[in-house]
Design a protein around this ligand. Structure first.
Ligand SMILES: Cc1cc2nc3c(=O)[nH]c(=O)nc-3n(C[C@H](O)[C@H](O)[C@H](O)COP(=O)(O)O)c2cc1C
Length: 222
């Protein structure tokens, strides 16, 4: 598969087949992804790849806390403020996803089921948790992004789907407890990984992108 095809084929998968991915395939993806660049080659990342009973325990507690309206307690705050352009895109995503799923604006029950499903990592058999040492430098977040996207692209080549999931680290103490992650490890991001349910309406949804001129300025480039 060429790189451009992988980039264009990658998208957030939000409905997974529960069948586990083999350890061998996960190792191949993750070990290859270690070639991702990092600040000064510091490779600040650590990962815990969770499936089976520990993942079920994490998710049961997530669903319970979410059901009790316990607010997120992420190791670093999720974005709440956006520029106008970003707000439009953010709202467009929500609208597009609910439309794909046939969920009406006022249907709180179905919306809650959608979010509850996110607490269950969208049915994925595994979640890859990205950890950084407590007190990490913000550059390490860049490094985390480079390797997670590399993982996502390598997964495409294997016929697998992924979804970056900030929601998977909304209750980090729960993950630390059930996945045996020490308290000096910050949980930065979760990534659901597994086989996509190809024809699920949520997976047929395609997110939009702005026009190139919204993002790029070329100076003195012939
Ligand atoms: C840092 C980060 C966190 C994300 N967290 C979530 C999440 O919690 N739930 C979710 O459904 N999607 C999440 N996403 C996926 C984005 O919504 C998605 O990448 C974006 O809408 C573009 O769509 P695409 O990935 O299909 O191209 C996250 C993406 C990133 C990069």
């Amino acid at each position: 598969m060429d790189v451009k095809d992988a980039v264009l084929a990658r998208k957030s998968i939000r409905a997974f087949d529960a069948t586990p991915v083999s350890r061998k395939v996960l190792e191949e993806i993750l070990e290859t992804a270690l070639r991702a660049p990092s600040w000064g080659n510091t490779q600040p990342w650590k990962f815990t790849i969770v499936g089976g009973d520990p993942l079920t325990r994490i998710q049961e507690e997530y669903v319970r806390l979410f059901g009790e309206d316990v607010p997120p307690n992420s190791d670093f705050e999720m974005p709440t403020e956006f520029s106008d352009a970003q707000k439009v895109r953010y709202q467009g995503l929500g609208k597009g996803l609910f439309q794909a799923l046939g969920i009406e604006r006022e249907d709180t029950e179905k919306r809650n089921t959608f979010y509850e499903n996110m607490m269950r990592a969208l049915g994925a058999p595994h979640v890859i948790y990205l950890q950084l040492d407590k007190g990490f430098n913000p550059y390490a977040l860049m490094d985390g992004g480079t390797i997670l996207q590399t993982i996502a692209l390598l997964a495409v080549e294997k016929g697998l789907g992924t979804c970056f999931l900030a929601q998977a680290v909304r209750y980090p103490d729960v993950v630390r407890k059930h996945a045996g992650i020490p308290p000096d490890q910050m949980l930065v991001m979760g990534m659901a990984i597994g086989t996509p349910i190809q024809d699920h309406p949520v997976n047929l949804f395609h997110s939009e992108r702005g026009k190139p001129e919204e993002f790029f300025r070329f100076l003195e480039i012939p």
